[in-house]
Design a protein around this ligand. Structure first.
Ligand code: 9MR
Length: 356
């Protein structure tokens, strides 16, 4: 008892000495406030996402830690595509996608699903499928409803149809159009809605910033779905763009999408520095600054649309070392806000500045 009193008395003496030395009145001291670290998810007024690669999430702690720290929304770069989830007619492989969804739930992040219908990344069994129109319709419906049903209540939103418009503004002559006609697009949305009435459903495409031809065709498509009473919640602007694109074209892409009244997701952003795909190309601080200015212009235009329509901005993978661009085009490039050493580039601060 006596030693307990002695201990309390000495602790009091120490803390009083502390207060005296900093001349703070112990009676009015405020509880310690935790200083919030500046990260994309802490600092931006809308969701900030990244497309992630499951192998890197599993094998690379630097990559995973950066995703955990910076982002509050996750898209699977490849793990939810048809070929990944449904490699044979009666076989579904959920493990990689489930891994991501479980990671997101455990770390309090939103999951955006990508993608239920695309003309690429189809397994051979679909490309080679010999069936009647009814059998193709069943294939489309079964895939969509099995996938949406599996993730019901965990994946909040889906890119239902991806890249159905060609660059010349016509409906892309995909395998789906060949087998089912152009109205398959609306039915894909209906099938997804039936499987999870709470999921937000997006049409996702690239090239809104190229000019009016493709953009108008995309906007006409989503407006016609709406006017037919088909449930569509949002429009995804992929925004695989380049440092040479004009701010005006980028802003028009965003404002015209918002004029539909739908939610707008900048769903796959990256900004190429080497759009001519030169084999030998050098990353310079000038280019990094130009890229930063372009990120800022996009964020600024996005921040100007109504809050209720801001679904968020998702970058396509995490660092320059993981981007699809160098491998896809066999050329060097540095399109993302983080460098290959997981460090923030000038684009990072520019994104934060875009909402100031
Ligand atoms: O980044 C993805 C790459 O790893 C895949 O090989 C490729 C084919 O499935 O798809 C890439 O992601 C694309 C996305 O799914 C749709 N929009 C264009 C993206 C870049 O090609």
């Amino acid at each position: 008892m006596a030693s307990g009193l002695l201990l309390s008395a000495s602790l009091l003496a120490i803390s009083c000495a502390k207060y005296q030395s900093t001349s703070i009145d112990p009676g009015v001291i405020a509880p310690l406030k935790q200083v919030e670290e500046i990260t994309l998810q802490n600092s931006m007024p809308f969701a900030m996402g990244a497309a992630v690669n499951v192998s890197l999430m599993k094998s690379n702690a630097n990559y995973r830690d950066l995703v955990t720290k910076e982002f509050n929304s996750i898209t699977a770069e490849n793990a939810m595509k048809f070929a990944s989830l449904h490699p044979a007619k009666d076989t579904y492989t959920w493990s990689d996608a489930d891994y991501l969804v479980n990671y997101a739930i455990a770390s309090g992040k939103r999951v955006h699903g990508h993608t239920l219908n695309w003309y690429k990344s189809l397994p051979d069994w679909v490309n080679n499928f010999q069936g009647t129109t009814a059998e193709w319709e069943n294939l489309l419906k079964t895939h969509i409803q099995t996938v949406v049903g599996h993730f019901k209540g965990k994946v909040v939103s889906w890119d239902v149809v991806n890249e159905a418009i060609a660059d010349d503004g016509t409906i892309r002559n995909s395998i789906w159009v060949q087998k089912l006609g152009t109205d398959y697009i609306g039915r894909a949305f209906q099938y997804a809605h039936e499987a999870d009435p709470d999921a937000l459903l997006f049409y996702n495409d690239y090239g809104h910033e190229f000019g009016p031809t493709k953009r108008t065709a995309i906007l006409n498509l989503v407006n016609s779905l709406k006017s037919k009473g088909i449930l569509i919640d949002g429009i995804g602007l992929q925004m695989h763009t380049r440092v040479t694109q004009t701010d005006a074209n980028l802003a028009t892409a965003i404002s015209t999408a918002a004029a539909t009244g739908l939610k707008v997701h900048i769903s796959e952003i990256d900004i190429a520095l080497n759009p001519d795909r030169a084999q030998s190309f050098t990353y310079t601080s000038t280019l990094a600054d130009q890229q930063a200015a372009k990120y800022k212009a996009i964020v600024k235009a996005y921040n100007a649309i109504p809050k209720a329509q801001q679904f968020g901005i998702t970058q396509w993978n995490v660092t320059d070392a993981d981007s699809w661009i160098p491998s896809n085009y066999s050329c060097p490039d540095w399109p993302l806000p983080f460098d290959g050493q997981y460090q923030r580039k000038p684009a990072y601060q520019a994104i934060l500045d875009g909402v100031k």
